[in-house]
Write a protein that binds this ligand. Sequence first.
Ligand code: DO4
Ligand code: MG
Length: 297
Amino acid sequence: MTEQSTGTQSFIAVLHTAGHKYRITKAVNGKFFAIPKVATISDALELPISEFKSLYEQAGSEEVIGTLTAPIAADSEIWGAGVTYQRSRDARKEESGIPDVYQLVYEADRPELFFKATARRTVGTNANVGIRADALTSVPEPEVAIVVNKYRELIGLTICNDMTSRNIEGENPLYLSQAKIYYGSNAVGPMIRPIWEIKDYSSLAIDAKIERGTNIVWQAQTSLAQLNRSFSDLIEYLFRCQSFPVGAILSTGTGIVPPLDISLEAGDVVTINVAEVGTLINQVVITPIDINEKENL
Ligand code: DO4
Ligand code: MG
């Protein structure tokens, strides 16, 4: 029997084990099981979805023990899409000295796509995310991320916190890479919900908050119904003129952005919940250092 027919939820989870930094498993009821013939997310994303699903459904006999980490592999590429929600467009226009580019990209056929992270710059749930020591203002970007195999098939959904150094991007959009890519600038997880277990993802609720000590300093919500692009359109553009032999994770953009007077501080806790997908929780540190080398190796 499949999880769908029994109503039990399952997730694609990655564990840091004694022998493997990024071991793929199937999580059911708090336990993690080996998936036959598949050791990593990259192995899974090299297979057509029908083959991977069939192996995934066979998992359940060999339990794997380890610590939950980001649902990626050592060679994963994580990409971002930008200005895909009206709220993101408006926030960029407010913060930027050059607002027109955001209006133009929101309306254009071609989406904004950017390289976001490698495994080294990515953490999972309950790990630390970073704010740049040289940024004046930093914000979380709570996003639904799509996991796509090498055949452009959508395998599942996860959550991405596309951490952003707001004043650096605001000063000049050409500083985007510095605003978006640094140690600890990306959190993904906690796990991947297989797409075949989600009946209708078109309007999943997305909630986020920043806690500082015992106070909630910001919280907001949106839904995937507000996304101004389709997943298939984003995938089609991502795969134009390039291939992804071990698949890719594409974060689909933020629909909630804090007001200009809110900036992350060390010690803050960022929580992002996406219905049917899970809750990603990260504590904030100031990062001149390689978070993954310090904490997760
Ligand atoms: O244009 C800059 C990046 C936008 C972004 O990351 C988002 O809208 O989520
Ligand atoms: Mg973003």
